[in-house]
Design a protein around this ligand. Structure first.
Ligand SMILES: NC(=O)c1ccc[n+]([C@@H]2O[C@H](COP(=O)([O-])OP(=O)(O)OC[C@H]3O[C@@H](n4cnc5c(N)ncnc54)[C@H](O)[C@@H]3O)[C@@H](O)[C@H]2O)c1
Length: 423
């Protein structure tokens, strides 16, 4: 079985590495730098073990002709939203057009990119027909298998997480079950639309649950009640669902609900709950900024030149990815005032941050003493260092305001000069 993987990012490259011991695998990407890096055994996403990449037998290429020799083509290109929060299927369409021009009769094209129900069959199939001149379903087949990797998570990985597979016929579904079954447990969904919908459901459910905690945290904060204390008390009930308030960013949770609400709108449904969860989660950076500034004002620490240090800028802890990070709007809001805002993050993709957001990271050793510190992303290294790190970064001999967004600093050992706020 020859398999081509189209799009070699966080999802595609680890998939190629996992499948390569079992099948003949070629990884194709339009980004020559990414292909070169994989050839050299280097993965900037850090989702692949360096040893696994070095010994991987997959071939990495920018040459789409590899698609012609493939029995199965798996699409793992990005599915972002545009500035109007509308699904941007540009990469899926472009990749599909490329596949259409190179595929041959009998190919199975499988989509892994997160999409709304209907994209595979209603949008991609016609493009494949157009590009190839072949007729569907006689000449080629399609399938869908959503990716569920959780970046930075070494427990719930591609090979330890059940993978949903769906095909346009039972035979295609069985072929896909055999391919993915070589690397992980599989769940065969009855239709492609069910598989597409299951992925957006998972991420929308998570977004809504976090939004509820964010709304509650905004309420409790106004009432002068500590949300973490409330959650700890509520957790004593057997069926409590332990979601925490925080910033919701990244390429999936903060994006995928818009795919579902967009599709719903085309059927006359305003997805109130989904959109209101998005609204609440997108309001969290402003809430954090407001809480921080009001505490600085109360302590008379807010003046031109006040220094604020932000620890962490990735979309979540222990990853490199800065896409849609909730820390970026916090930085932007604080920088609009006449304040010095410095960003520290030893893990973040500094090039992407500079290139996409115009933001610069400084090394810890160059940080100026701070009047306020936002522990925005609890990377393991920050959490391990705990209060001593905060003391090292704080301006000596005065109070310092600390916004501990994920509530990881132990309240009982808080140094006396720290004003500790957590959502
Ligand atoms: N990152 C995650 O943790 C994660 C988890 C689950 C699902 N997903 C979904 O998987 C998909 C891919 O996400 P990702 O994070 O791997 O994206 P990514 O941006 O890391 O990688 C995508 C790759 O596709 C390449 N590409 C873009 N257009 C192309 C084209 N026309 N032909 C060939 N290659 C092309 C890009 O150069 C890039 O290397 C998205 O739909 C995403 O929602 C991502």
């Amino acid at each position: 079985m020859n398999i081509a993987i189209v799009g070699l990012g966080y999802v595609g490259a680890p998939l190629a590495v996992a499948l390569a011991p079992h099948f003949s695998v070629v990884g194709y990407d339009v980004d020559a730098a990414r292909v070169q890096e994989l050839r050299e055994g280097c993965d900037r996403t850090r989702e692949i073990e360096p040893g696994a990449l070095a010994s991987c037998t997959a071939r990495w290429t920018t040459e789409p002709a590899c698609i012609t020799r493939s029995d199965v083509v798996i699409v793992t290109v990005p599915t972002p939203i545009d500035e109007f929060r509308v699904p941007d299927l540009g990469a899926v369409r472009a990749a599909t057009e490329t596949i259409g021009s190179y595929m041959r009769r009998g190919t199975i094209v499988v989509y892994e990119s997160t999409v709304y129900p209907g994209v595979t069959q209603d949008i991609c199939v016609p493009l494949l027909e157009q590009g190839s001149g072949l007729t569907y379903p006689q000449d080629f087949s399609v399938g869908y298998s959503p990716e569920r990797i959780n970046p930075g998570d070494r427990v719930h990985t591609l090979t330890t997480t059940t993978k949903i597979v769906a095909g346009d016929t039972p035979e295609v579904r069985d072929t896909l079950a055999r391919i993915y079954g070589a690397i992980t447990r599989i769940y065969a969904a009855p239709t492609i639309k069910v598989a597409e919908a299951a992925k957006v459901l998972e991420n929308t459910q998570r977004d809504i649950n976090i939004a509820l905690m964010n709304e509650l945290s905004q309420i409790f904060c106004r009432l002068g009640i500590d949300t973490t204390d409330v959650i700890d008390a509520a957790r004593s009930k057997w069926n409590f669902m332990d979601f925490r308030p925080g910033l919701v960013g990244g390429h999936c949770i903060s994006v995928d609900p818009y795919y579902l609400s967009h599709k719903a709108a085309s059927h006359g449904i305003v997805a109130d709950m989904i959109l209101s969860a998005r609204h609440i989660n997108e309001s969290m950076p402003a809430f954090v900024t407001e809480q921080l500034l009001s505490r600085l004002m109360q302590r008379k620490l807010l003046q031109p030149g006040t220094v604020i240090t932000i620890l962490g800028v990735t979309f979540k802890e222990n990853v490199k990815d800065v896409r849609n990070s909730g820390v970026i709007p916090i930085h932007r809001q604080l920088s609009r005032l006449d304040l010095t805002v410095q960003l520290i993050d030893p893990l973040a993709d500094a090039d992407a941050l500079r290139h996409d957001e115009g933001l610069h990271i400084i090394p810890l050793s160059e940080a100026r003493p701070a009047d306020a510190i936002v522990l925005a992303v609890p990377h393991a290294d920050f959490v391990e260092q705990g209060w001593p790190l905060i003391e090292r970064l704080a301006r000596p001999g005065q109070e310092v305001v600390v916004a501990d967004i994920k509530a990881v600093l132990p309240r009982e050992s808080r140094p006396r000069h720290v004003v500790h706020w957590r959502p």
